[in-house]
Design a protein around this ligand. Sequence first.
Ligand code: GLU
Length: 491
Amino acid sequence: MSKPVDSQPRPVRVRFAPSPTGYLHVGGARTALYNFLFARHHKGTFVLRIEDTDQARSTEESLKMVLEDLRWLGIQWDEGPDSQTRQDHGPFGPYRQSQRLEIYKKHAQTLLRTGRAYYCFLTDEELEAQRAKATAENRQPHVVSPYADWTLAQAQEKIDSGGKAVVRFKTKGLEKDYTFRDLIRGEITFPSDMVGDFVLLRSDGMPVYNFCCAVDDAEMRISHVFRAEEHLSNTLRQLMIYEGLGYSPPEFGHLSLVLDEDRQKLSKRKGATSCHEFMREGYHPEALKNFITLLGWSHPEGKEIFTETEAVQCFDGTRLNPAGAVFDGTKLKWMNAQWLRSLSDEDLIRLANKFNPGWFKGVQNPERFAAYLKNYLETLNDIPELLEIFNTEGFSVTPEARTFLDTHPCKPVIAAWISALSDPSVGDFLTVEKFTAIQELIKNQTGVKGKPLFLSLRIAILGKTEGADLKMIIGLFSVQSLLRRAQALGL
Ligand code: GLU
């Protein structure tokens, strides 16, 4: 690869590089999202690279899960494996590290040839002994390899006679400070002796993360790397590899940790942490995306609810917060409710039907429930419970409501209600106006007013003394079902 010309601004190319070992975690989703928004803002390219060299943990199934979660969130990549077929698309493939082993080998050879790396034959026992000695002497446990200055011919001879070697990066000669300007944390300096000679290729030929990552970011012309804070200390090794290979490094931005409400690293033990779980809990992908965007970034106008398009407009790589971001589940629920409320009736029902086709099965014109649902929904999973009040078969009276009926002048109210509903002129469904007129009529007929009047009707409709605003739901019951309920009171 030819070196990028530094005086020219590089085209924006960013990447998300998951190691697929299960569903996409919220932290991973945020990394993906920030890279995606940054790419879209700068009209750049968003690459999805799969870091699957840990073959024992990275299964095809996990990869599928990650791709599905990204797709559900609507985070689309321009290069990488296709979300359906998982076939690579883009000019810098393959995009799976397990399929790039030859590329790493070639780069390792370059470093070996130029003396920036060497074959090291130290055994595990020898390494352990070195470590123990260094610790006892209060020194940093860096590897001191007697093979660092061997010629390639010497090493080859040992390999040919059965010697097992790793390829190590040689830090000798690089004694200086490595400074870079992190896009989130500002200037960061690592002294080179923070690391010793580190492994690039294991003795079985498998490359390690830092090596693959640096080679791939360079080969894929990545311009900016937004990734988790936990990778900050890896940056030194990666800068050394860049330097050794003669590449210009990308710009780095290390994102803060995502914390739970106790300011601990977000973990499964305290509830949902993967996008898949939020999907199953009935979250709207746009709401989750909106929420995740605010985990460590703020909108320039302080907006809390915004669309992806609005986020793209202002996501220029600034306003990213280096302090840990607290995941507030209550806020997520609130946001989800706002998002569901903002949907058109048709879109809400479409979303609900996609989520669970059974909920509105056999219901005519389910859109008529949308306004009521929007008023009370926090997640889609609340729908069955909210619909339950319309199920006449399940109608029953709570003990508290029964006591109210027994201790107040409810009987004449219910009788008048039944009589009004039985009048053929009321039609199949009540309008709010009609319902108000009937209440007025009952009041005049029975002389009952105030709480006994309103609660009698509420119990006759819902079987309980609390619950939804009757005006909001009255038109959703058929008059027949209202009658059956009132008669079921047995007054
Ligand atoms: N594969 C790494 C991870 O999943 C990503 C490292 C990086 O972005 O450089 O944490």
